[in-house]
Design a protein around this ligand. Structure first.
Ligand code: ATP
Ligand code: MG
Ligand code: ZN
Length: 678
């Protein structure tokens, strides 16, 4: 299981798919026919389609050509700022969901349960694009580790790359410019009012020192001859997307951001002050026109921060020997909470924070969404990881535990915690109205909910560990809860008191969630194997009710004896669905009415015809038949009939409820033990 070992160490990225031992490495001859050949053809076809869709439509010409061929009809698009461009990209990927809310398709299948943070980011860009003051402040994503910040930024970057290949997102730059600046910077200031009048679009920005030198020396100042080309944003190509990660703060040099003199070129241009002898390799240049991602921004030196804040605010950077360099880019910074708290402690940082827009990216508190994260991470993992069967509650149970750990440790009673958790997952709780629930949710939301606790990565690590140590390719919820317990106990970073609390939460997860879920499964599966009995019971219930309502006796089919209707039986069924003594009469009348009208229409009155009664009978039957389950665990050998029933239940669990043979047996055994304790 070495490939699962890879998974364990891996963090953000999908581990490299290891070739499982015993599987031949692909070779040409083997792939020439059979399913491989079709797959191959499909892949090649897909690649061709992708290339066609993303066809780089190259355009190159002089600025004069640009003014003639490209500008007409597109001036407003071409004059967009980086913020406007990014917001247009989000809208280009946007759609409105069922509730009429804006959603960006980029995040739909990638980020779960953090819609609020995504909305805030979208609002920031919307406002910045509209020219609001927020555009002059830096966007800082703040959240607990492994909470999706980097992923959000990566998705935005990929979105930018894609958009720049579309015709709506076509971007042009001065060819050879180290900051791929807009050719519209060539429009002289004295002509800009004219430009505005002609195209109703505002021009910002000035030529970079590099282009200025070229314009003078190469083109004798004739800006119409400056070369222009269509550009495509690309992180790998260092065009419009830049990333900066602080390595070691002590050795980090401002040059990483803004470049330095390129000594190899000084000889060529004869002057250290020549902009063409400057190495324009800094991240702020790469990011020009698009986005600069600043990873762990609060770890950088303060001089970096000042430079970046000025860049956002004034759209320029100052490099020693040049005049101000105009740069238009959005800066997206992120940091985790621990770093942020440290930063806050220094009072001089307050002024810096004032110049940032902080968007919190907390962990999700909806366990279903959390489980979707695990599913995504598992699907992206190595085959050894993917191919292990998980019983249908594994991920939900792990997620419930994770969410519990993220709620503030108030002296909340456990029942309250459980209720809160279910409300966060949009479940019906205690017949509460959705509006009440929403109110409760707002009111009860503690300020730091979701900012600490277990991260998705912790859970995935525990899962990988369970997989490595598993004997078979199947894990049950109990296996995983145990693996989580192991993970908690062996994590030196967690303080003892918290460890105990979290282990308690595992118990709570089992008691208040898993037990309920697994019982319901077995319940339903067991019921199906008693379908005929259930129908018989329904008929009996109807007969008894009719006799009762008509005030007549019932004749026993075998002995022909007459007897009174069996009120005890009727009540036993009805109590299962909480029909009170005073309500029983109207319930019975309603059942009979429904049965009669079904009869008149020539339809059979079956279990499916009455949901409530279906429920009642199911539970009644379950009570009756749980002795079958008791036998599962009994030391005595079950007789053939019981054995057949048990394997029918197991089969049901496999066919309908997502278990495999192993976990179905485990579930049955588990429920049997539970029942024995009741
Ligand atoms: N809400 C989420 N939806 C989907 N995936 C998520 C979510 N949160 C985290 N992940 C996944 O967890 C992994 C870690 O997330 P990511 O690296 O984006 O976190 P981060 O906030 O940048 O963490 P750090 O502060 O440690 O850098 C990624 O694989 C990511 O896809
Ligand atoms: Mg990150
Ligand atoms: Zn330039």
């Amino acid at each position: 299981m070495t490939s699962a070992g890879t998974t364990r160490q891996s963090d953000d990225n999908a581990p490299a798919a290891a070739v499982p031992a015993g599987e031949p490495a692909g070779n040409g001859a083997a792939e020439a026919s059979g399913p491989h050949a079709t797959q191959h053809a499909g892949f090649v076809h897909g690649m061709a389609a992708w290339a066609a869709k993303h066809r780089i439509s190259p355009w190159r010409g002089s600025f004069a050509d640009f003014l003639e061929q490209i500008l007409p009809g597109r001036a407003a698009l071409l004059a967009r700022s980086a913020h406007q461009y990014l917001w247009d990209m989000m809208r280009w990927n946007g759609h409105t969901d069922d509730s009429g809310r804006f959603r960006c398709r980029l995040f739909d299948d990638e980020l779960f349960g953090i819609d609020e943070a995504i909305d805030r980011v979208a609002s920031y860009f919307k406002a910045a694009a509209a020219g609001s003051e927020v555009g002059r402040r830096m966007l800082l994503l703040l959240g607990p580790p492994s909470g999706g910040k980097s992923t959000m930024v990566i998705l935005l970057k990929r979105g930018l790359e894609e958009y720049s290949h579309s015709s709506e997102g076509a971007l042009y730059g001065i060819a050879g410019c180290p900051v791929h600046e807009s050719p519209l910077h060539l429009v002289p200031h004295s002509m800009r009012a004219d430009f505005r009048a002609s195209y109703d679009a505002e021009l910002h920005g000035d030529l970079c020192p590099h282009c200025r030198a070229r314009l003078e020396e190469q083109y004798g100042g004739d800006f119409l001859r400056m070369p222009v080309e269509r550009i495509h944003l690309s992180e790998a190509g260092r065009c419009g997307i830049g990333t900066y990660a602080p390595h070691d703060p002590t050795t980090a040099d401002l040059a990483d951001l803004v470049g330095s003199v390129d000594l190899s070129k000084v000889a060529q241009y004869g002057d250290e002050g020549d902009p063409r002898a400057w190495s324009w390799s800094g991240a702020v240049y790469a990011a020009s026109r698009g986005m600069l991602e600043m990873i762990e921004i609060l770890k950088v030196k303060r001089e970096f921060l000042y430079l970046l804040l000025t860049l956002t605010q004034e759209k320029n950077v100052k490099v020693s020997r040049f005049p101000l360099i105009y740069l238009d880019e959005t800066i997206l910074a992120h940091t985790n909470l621990a770093e942020f708290r440290k930063f806050l402690q220094e009072s001089e940082n307050e002024a810096l924070l004032d110049r940032m827009v902080i968007v919190q990216v907390p962990y999700t508190l909806n366990y279903r969404e959390e489980a979707r994260i695990y599913r995504k991470l598992i699907l992206a993992a190595a085959p050894a990881f993917r191919d292990v069967h998980l019983d249908p509650h594994v991920l939900h149970a792990a997620a419930v535990f994770a969410i519990l750990s993220r709620l503030p440790e108030a002296d909340d009673k456990e029942a309250e915690l459980v209720k809160k958790l279910r409300i966060y997952a949009d479940e019906d709780v205690d017949d509460l109205q959705p509006a009440d629930i929403r109110r409760m949710r707002e009111r009860d939301k503690a300020p730091d909910e979701g900012l600490s606790g277990v991260s998705p990565r912790f859970v995935i690590n525990a899962l990988s560990h369970a997989i490595i140590s598993a004997q078979r390719n199947s894990l049950s919820t109990m296996d995983v809860l145990l693996a989580l317990k192991d993970g908690i106990e062996n994590d030196a970073r967690i303080e003892p008191r918290r460890k105990r609390k979290w282990v308690d939460y595992l118990v709570l997860t089992r008691k208040d969630f898993y037990n309920r879920w697994v019982k319901a499964d077995v319940h339903k599966a067991l019921f199906v194997s008693f379908e005929q009995e259930a129908q018989d019971l329904l008929n009996k219930y109807l007969d008894e009710v009719e006799a009762m309502l008509d005030n007549r006796q019932i004749r026993d089919p075998i002995t022909s004896e007459e007897r009174r209707p069996d009120e005890r039986f009727l009540r036993a069924v009805e109590e299962k669905i909480h029909i009170s003594d005073s309500g029983k009469q109207s319930f019975r009348q309603e059942v009979v009415r429904k049965a009669m009208s079904a009869f008149k229409r020539g339809e059979a009155f079956g279990l499916a015809s009455h949901a409530q009664l279906h429920d009642a009978i199911q539970q009644y039957l379950f009570e009756q038949r749980r002795d079958v389950l008791r036998l599962v665990g009994s030391a005595k050998r079950p007789d053939d009939d019981v054995r057949a029933r048990i394997s029918a239940v197991e089969q049901r669990l496999v066919d309908e409820y997502g278990y495999d043979a192993h976990s179905a047996r485990e579930a049955l055994n588990y429920v049997t033990t539970l029942l024995a304790q009741e």
